[in-house]
Design a protein around this ligand. Structure first.
Ligand code: MG
Length: 271
């Protein structure tokens, strides 16, 4: 099943079940990760609204956003680094996230804003030290992320956080697809910039798969419902191209993941 988070007519966050192009609001659920019991069994309004009439919000409101660097061989090779033997992890914040359709903000301080297509995992059940063979029991579902990165800040020090955690930079959505409907280990993933294909791969190329990432993150911190793991980006990022490509005011960035959909955002200069 597919769910969206959106702003209702009063500006409050609402959650709806998506049936075709119609969204049916869930009763008693104001956040996807806060449904009592099984989200799929939550009662929904009979009347629906058209998806494209709604202002969508990030499909999760995480306490923690884990991001994985260097998780596709082609991307590792384009960076000139060695293959990692343990996941390279860095954080984003809840304030980094925006919904499908919201503008990606170009801050005036950066001249190297880049895109990264990623499959995202949304945690549904809390857990600590989760073994990989139990990992899927903790997954609520999957969505799409664009791990927008300010390269000039990412490489300013040997930590990446300043390049990755800018406010209102990171689209997450448009929908959450429940875990029972997808095999996260075999999904086509692609990114188009103004209609031109920039990245194309399949999640079967992930160096560390979803169970391994849940095992690695939950080893050092408790995963909570709504927490998000961005699983890493394939080759083809703008910074590693010749000539380099960076996002500019007015650009349209689309990330498509098979079985989930397309996450589309326009780039806007701040202010
Ligand atoms: Mg990334």
């Amino acid at each position: 099943m597919r769910f969206v988070a959106y702003q209702d007519e009063n500006g409050a966050e609402a959650v709806g079940r998506l049936d075709g192009t119609r969204v049916h609001r869930l009763r008693g659920v104001d956040r996807i990760d806060r449904a009592a019991g099984d989200l799929r069994a939550a009662p929904a309004a009979e009347d629906g609204v058209e998806l494209d009439e709604l202002t969508l919000l990030p499909v999760a409101r995480p306490e923690k956003v884990f991001c994985v660097g260097l998780n596709y061989r082609a991307h590792v090779e384009e960076t000139g680094r060695d293959l990692p033997e343990y996941p390279v992890l860095f954080p984003k914040f809840g304030s980094s996230l925006i919904g499908h359709g919201a503008p990606i903000t170009l801050p005036p301080e950066s001249s190297q804003v880049d895109y990264e297509a990623e499959l995202a995992v949304v945690i549904g059940r809390a857990g600590r030290r989760i073994p990989r063979d139990r990992a899927f029991e903790h997954v609520l579902g999957y969505t799409i992320a664009n791990d927008v990165t300010m390269r000039d800040f990412q490489y300013r020090t040997h930590q990446w956080m300043q390049g990755k955690a800018w406010d209102a930079s990171t689209p997450l959505g448009p929908v959450l697809v429940t875990a029972d409907e997808l095999d996260p280990g075999n999904l086509d993933i692609a990114l188009h910039l103004n209609g031109r294909e920039m990245q194309s791969a399949n999640t079967d190329r992930l160096i560390f798969d979803v169970p391994r990432l849940i095992e690695a993150t939950s080893q050092f911190t408790r995963l909570e419902p709504g927490d998000v793991i961005l699983t890493g980006t394939p080759g083809g990022v703008g910074y590693r191209r010749d000539p380099q490509v960076f996002l500019a005011d007015g650009d349209v960035v689309e990330v498509t993941v098979g079985g989930i959909g397309t996450l589309r955002n326009t780039v806007r200069a701040e202010g």
